[in-house]
Design a protein around this ligand. Sequence first.
Ligand SMILES: Cc1cc2nc3c(=O)[nH]c(=O)nc-3n(C[C@H](O)[C@H](O)[C@H](O)COP(=O)(O)OP(=O)(O)OC[C@H]3O[C@@H](n4cnc5c(N)ncnc54)[C@H](O)[C@@H]3O)c2cc1C
Length: 377
Amino acid sequence: METYDVIIVGAGPAGTSTALHLQQLAPELAERTLILEKSRHPRTKLCGGGILPDGLRILQRLGLDFNEVPYTRILRAHFEFDGRGTALTGEGAESLHVVLREDLDAWLARKAQERGVTLREETPVRRIIPGDSFVTVVTADGEYRARVVVGADGAHSVVRRAIAPHQRVPYSRALVLWVPPEPESSSHAPEDAYFDFTCIREGVPGYIWDFPILVHGQPMRCWGITDNGVGPHHSRPLRPLLAREMARHGYRLEDYPLYGESVPHFGVRNVFSAPGVLLVGDALGVDFLYGEGIAPALGYGQLAARAIVDAFAEGDFSFRDYRERVLQSPLGQVLRRRALTASLIFRLRHPAMQRFFWHRLGQHLRTITERYLTNWA
Ligand SMILES: Cc1cc2nc3c(=O)[nH]c(=O)nc-3n(C[C@H](O)[C@H](O)[C@H](O)COP(=O)(O)OP(=O)(O)OC[C@H]3O[C@@H](n4cnc5c(N)ncnc54)[C@H](O)[C@@H]3O)c2cc1C
């Protein structure tokens, strides 16, 4: 049986970031690290691809040049309710960037390999078996064992199911699709991003988004709707709401392939770790205010790598302080604040209260966002 110090399950941003941070903190450990990925890069990932500046900061500190990835820079992002709201602007690295996930993830995986980490693709992990000295990782092609296993295998994590079989956490649901640029009749500006929260009024605690994206060099738009699952009306059909909004901008939803996904919420009571096992990224849970998970996945990688390096230094693989490390970190504090904010905002169902929030308080959105809800990196 092949034995490694660290096995990372999943080569999405959380997994590759863990590997890249391990390489930065302890290169000798990274040489004895294996990433197991069920697909082969470049692989599709259902995602809007919007990265907030925190993500770019993490990449920069890893010495990676984000300009190597094709992206669209969003200079203005509109947050609206009932056709009115506020627009946030950003410049340079401080703006929202949008990538095609297959481009970003393949690039990150290549960087991890170039820096000495072994990546084995098309190797789905079936289950893990924690033990006293090693964790056994069972794949379709055989078994491996490692001192530490990192569950970076996304929303439907096999690793999470192994260490928290009875955990029930709320999920967000989302629909997403890619369409050609908007017809001229649309009121949306081609270079801007839109987040429309009007669906809260109709019992969907979430928003409809529309932003530009480059798909294999072609300018397209990414549309989608998310139901963040806060409050009692968690089963309202999303498709009619998205179809109606897209029709206002000249699209027929039925003309395009539509994809759906669900993601578990981040919560302080979630299982974060077990002896020899850590969870990162969507495997641990995603923010349910914005549904933003790429930059946090990169941030989790840094926290997990530190915890692993310390575990090897101290010979203690219990990871009993990992939850506290995450919660006390700037990323963990922001995720907790977002959870609180989501619980407040999405419960304000009355349109008058929503209008008051978005139309009157909208001008304070930038301050609230910058001070409390982002800038953790
Ligand atoms: C519709 C939608 C839109 C979104 N839009 C945005 C957005 O605009 N901005 C943003 O920041 N976030 C967005 N998110 C969230 C974001 O996509 C995730 O938070 C992010 O991908 C988490 O990264 P990860 O590395 O934890 O997981 P993933 O990116 O899911 O990577 C997990 C990896 O593990 C592999 N894997 C899974 N199971 C196994 C297994 N058993 N064995 C081996 N490998 C396995 C997968 O193939 C994959 O490569 C969106 C999510 C959805 C669903």
